[in-house]
Design a protein around this ligand. Structure first.
Ligand code: ADP
Ligand code: MG
Length: 717
């Protein structure tokens, strides 16, 4: 096939289904499908996950422990034996090449089959990771390639150049597809079609970062050059993989850059700062804004006074005081005769915001509404009417706010809290509820920078990097479930000193009755047996909004000493006199949630204590999480650790979270490439003629193909 030069013809060939490729039969096709490979392009982007260095055949005497090596030898003995301690059977084969002996071991095998394979005198090539335990080096579950009778090693190697004498790719395969077969298929596909891969990134950019065009990059990753470093390859530092990753990031960032620009250029609602409500609020507040809050508020003000809509992300650790910033922004909108929508990811969060905002807004004679799944039809109807008539100034709710029948008279500001559970599309829906309203996104959980660049790369960023004064450090301890006294002693000590405590039970779903029962019973038992002299309150999501309010107020006013709760209190509650946060079954919580919960204490002048109680059986991953909590209280560090432990996809929950799927890129490993790609993509998008210049036509087409839909890009090609 001659090299393809145009992007579009490359594209159409690469989307060819594999069943149209010669040599790919139905059985193989099915195996490939199981691996998620159905087109040529899928195959080209299914990269080796590991490599085998078969450039040289090592003498057995020179095998290096810890390395994957290829060696040649003759079977001296083969037998089934028992492991020294356990009663487990293993199959062991001793191989010699005259220079030394090596022991091959299998721990899982089919006895008859393996016995028939390894008879003394057979010669073969072996490959696997070398370990050294005793006198002899060992290789567990090696790859074996027997030489046919009377064939010399030289002749054998010459007959199979594909599998020897080079660095070999190892593909992530499904059962029933061998590396040998896979290598052959991939070799054919890569040789024939990789040269046709075209990615229209300007050559100067590739040169600047010493990257390869897509075609040779893909070829090199599949079939590395002889002089390549296996270490670099395995760690993803080789030039080929870096080039592919850069390519993936570059288009994403280009899309984000254009979205950002598109939004910047739209007509918005310029606000004026007339202090009608913001000033009275500032006077009512029992504190002064921190410098960071003032700065962020200033950035918001500057945005909303412009003729174009604001699109800003406010990031700040737990307790940094985002709520008040959001409230101020809301009042700015209301002062300008527009309405405000606040969207939260869960009912509980929405209710918390409602309860937080309402007292302030009522004091200013403004109307607030709460739209949740549990609103009665009549309430709902009234609410929707009020919104259309403009008598409701601020609406708080869940996704329900995004439904079609929710219409505003004049929406001026949309606030999205806990944004990482929402995607780009939800932001767009909210925007369409008004005429380009300003959008403010708040992340309660700080997220690692690489993730924020991919998730919110189209938003301007404000960071509240300072906590309000007077916070005291929190001591965190991990305590086993069967040591409750340790925890109860700490609580007693604090209560005696006049402080208050939270005890939190996990509740996966508020509707899970059995969990709720467990929490309720535990509360009763605590009250009766351990803290009979103290006042206990119980808070959970099944209570009505007013009931919750009553309990929370009782705790705030210190009519309750211990608040037993489900994760309802994750956010919003703020009682500086509460100094202990005990979390039952802490192993069931994610790091972000633990961090949020812990943020409820340490808000006053007294030292806070966080007690993480775990059950006797918990996973290694859970153990790591709890350890992170003990080590740091810094939200960003916790978020980074979360990313390390769980990986980016999991961290954000789901794909709908808006986290793009990368085929090759890995946010943990490739953050620096993301930065470079972003810088170049934004520079390019900012060129005046980017959208018109024919030089970028193919680039724009490629962008639309890859991200047009997912980023809701207007046609740019
Ligand atoms: P988060 O950023 O986690 O949403 P909140 O907005 O809930 O934090 O604020 C945490 C607590 O800090 C609240 O009690 C709030 O009233 C208080 N707070 C906010 N700003 C200040 C400030 N400048 N000085 C003192 N307390 C503040
Ligand atoms: Mg908050």
């Amino acid at each position: 096939m001659p090299p393809i030069l145009s992007y579009q013809s490359s594209r159409s060939i690469l989307s060819t289904p594999l069943d149209q490729i010669r040599g790919v039969g139905p059985r193989l096709l099915e195996k490939l499908r199981q691996m998620g490979v159905s087109s040529l392009e899928d195959a080209l982007y299914t990269l080796p996950h590991r490599y085998e260095d078969r450039r040289e055949i090592r003498k057995i005497a020179h095998l290096r422990p810890g390395r994957s090596e290829v060696f040649y030898g003759e079977v001296l003995a083969a037998s089934e034996t028992l492991t020294p301690r356990a009663r487990k059977k293993i199959f062991e084969v001793i191989v010699s090449d005259g220079s030394g002996q090596v022991s091959l071991k299998w721990f899982r095998y089919q006895r008859n089959w393996i016995k028939s394979r390894f008879s003394p005198g057979k010669k073969g090539l072996f490959n696997g990771e070398v370990k050294r335990f005793g006198a002899r080096p060992e290789v567990h579950h090696p790859d074996v390639d027997f030489l046919p009778d009377k064939v010399s090693l030289q002749d054998h190697l010459a007959s199979d150049p594909l599998n020897f004498g080079r660095i070999l790719p190892v593909y992530p395969l499904t059962e029933g597809l061998s590396q040998k077969v896979a290598r052959k298929i991939w070799k054919d596909i890569v040789e024939t079609y990789a040269p046709g891969l075209v990615s229209p990134i300007p050559g100067e950019i590739l040169q600047k970062y010493r990257l390869l065009p897509l075609a040779p990059a893909v070829q090199q990753v599949h079939w590395p050059a002889d002089q390549a470093s296996v270490e670099d390859l395995e760690e993803g530092r080789d030039q080929g993989r870096r080039s592919i990753v850069f390519d993936e990031f570059f288009f994403l960032e280009l899309g984000l850059a254009l979205r950002r620009q598109g939004m910047i250029l739209e007509q918005g609602i310029p606000f004026q700062v007339n202090h009608l409500y913001t000033k009275p609020l500032a006077e009512m507040l029992p504190f002064r804004l921190t410098a960071a809050q003032k700065r962020v508020l200033g950035e918001i003000k500057r945005d909303v006074m412009r003729p174009h809509p604001m699109n800003r992300l406010v990031q700040g650790d737990v307790g940094s005081g985002k709520t008040i910033v959001a409230l101020m922004a809301a009042l700015l909108a209301i002062e300008n005769d527009t309405q405000v929508a606040v969207v939260a990811p869960t009912e509980i969060l929405a209710e918390q915001h409602y309860l937080n905002f309402r007292p302030w807004l009522e004091a200013l004679n403004l109307q607030v509404g709460l739209l949740s799944g549990s609103s009665s039809p009549a309430d709902r109807r009234n609410l929707l009417e009020g919104l259309r008539a403009g008598t409701i100034h601020l609406l708080v709710g869940t996704h329900a706010v995004l439904q079609e029948n929710v219409e505003f008279k004049r929406l001026g500001l949309g606030i999205i809290d806990e944004q990482h559970r929402f995607g780009v599309k939800q932001r767009a829906v909210l925007r369409r509820k008004g005429e380009n309203p300003h959008i403010l996104v708040m992340t309660a959980t700080p997220i690692p920078r690489t993730l924020s660049l991919t998730l919110y790369g189209d938003l301007a960023l404000s960071v509240i990097d300072e906590l309000p004064p007077g916070r005291t450090p929190i001591t965190t301890r991990v305590i086993a479930e069967n040591q409750p006294k340790t925890a109860h002693d700490i609580i007693s000590r604090e209560l005696k000193a006049g402080r208050q405590a939270y005890i939190v039970y996990p509740l996966v779903e508020e509707s899970e009755k059995s969990d709720l029962k467990a929490a309720t019973e535990a509360a009763q038992q605590l009250a009766a047996e351990i803290f009979p002299q103290y006042r206990l309150g119980l808070l959970h999501g099944r209570l009505k909004t007013e009931e919750k309010e009553t309990v929370m107020n009782a705790f705030k006013n210190h009519h309750i000493d211990i608040l037993v709760s489900t994760t309802v209190i994750e956010v919003g509650i703020d009682v500086p006199n509460a100094t202990v946060m005990l979390i039952e079954h802490a192993e069931r919580f994610g790091l972000a949630q633990l961090h949020q919960l812990r943020g409820r204490v340490g808000r006053g002048e007294h030292r806070g204590h966080c007690l993480l109680i775990h059950s006797s059986r918990y996973t290694e991953e859970a153990r790591q999480r709890l350890e992170v909590m003990v080590k740091t209280t810094d939200g960003f560090q916790i978020a980074e650790a979360d990313l390390q432990i769980r990986g980016p996809g999991e961290l954000m929950g789901t794909r709908q979270a808006g986290l793009p799927d990368f085929r090759v890129a890995n946010l943990l490993r490739d953050g620096y490439l993301l930065d470079q790609a972003r810088e170049e993509a934004f520079k390019l998008a900012e060129k005046d003629d980017f959208l018109r210049n024919p030089e970028y036509q193919e680039l724009r087409e490629a962008l639309m193909d890859r991200w047009g839909d997912r980023l809701e890009l207007a046609t740019v090609a």
